[in-house]
Design a protein around this ligand. Structure first.
Ligand SMILES: Cc1cc2nc3c(=O)[nH]c(=O)nc-3n(C[C@H](O)[C@H](O)[C@H](O)COP(=O)(O)O)c2cc1C
Length: 150
């Protein structure tokens, strides 16, 4: 199967990178094709520009590559640390630019965006590894699960 893997962490020696590499190695050893994207290493620009709003917009090469791969992938793996209860900005920007209409979802003909989107992604499953340094107990009682919240 085709697996799209996205990591949003600046340090290639980090725990996050160790997780991503271990997952990629396992998937490759099991015969899957892994599209591995280290957003910091590829200097992914997280800013969504107004020109990209239209569904048929011409996208920069790297963004277009991400869009094509995420649409075709049978599985998605995302690895990131919890930064202030959120993914790092680079990954949030990746969502803004890549999880876009015509790629990840579309709206029905008479729907101007307030309805329920129709899914377009081929993938039936995604795994998100989200690391943090807060105890489970404090996370649950004070902050709430960051993945549930987002
Ligand atoms: C800017 C920043 C914000 C952070 N915010 C949180 C947070 O809100 N909750 C938390 O549990 N950990 C937080 N952390 C800690 C990181 O999540 C933790 O150090 C990281 O997941 C460990 O993985 P790593 O060794 O791969 O960096 C934050 C760290 C940084 C640098």
């Amino acid at each position: 199967m085709k697996i799209s893997m996205i990591i949003g962490h600046p340090d290639t020696e980090s725990f996050n990178h160790a997780i991503a590499l271990a997952a990629a190695e396992r998937l490759t050893a099991d015969g899957h094709a892994v599209w591995f994207h280290d957003l910091y290493q590829e200097r992914f620009d997280p800013l969504l520009y107004a020109e990209e709003f239209p569904q048929n917009a011409r996208l920069p090469f790297l963004v277009d590559e991400h869009c094509c791969q995420i649409a075709l992938a049978n599985g998605i793996v995302i690895v990131h640390p919890n930064w202030w209860g959120q993914p790092p900005a680079i990954l949030k920007g990746w969502i803004d630019r890549v999880i876009r209409p015509g790629v990840a979802y579309r709206f029905e003909e008479d729907d101007s965006g307030e309805g329920v989107p129709v899914r377009l992604l081929a993938a039936k499953a995604a795994v998100v590894f989200n690391t943090s340094n807060t105890s489970d107990q404090r996370e649950g009682t004070v902050f709430g699960d960051p993945l549930e919240r987002i």
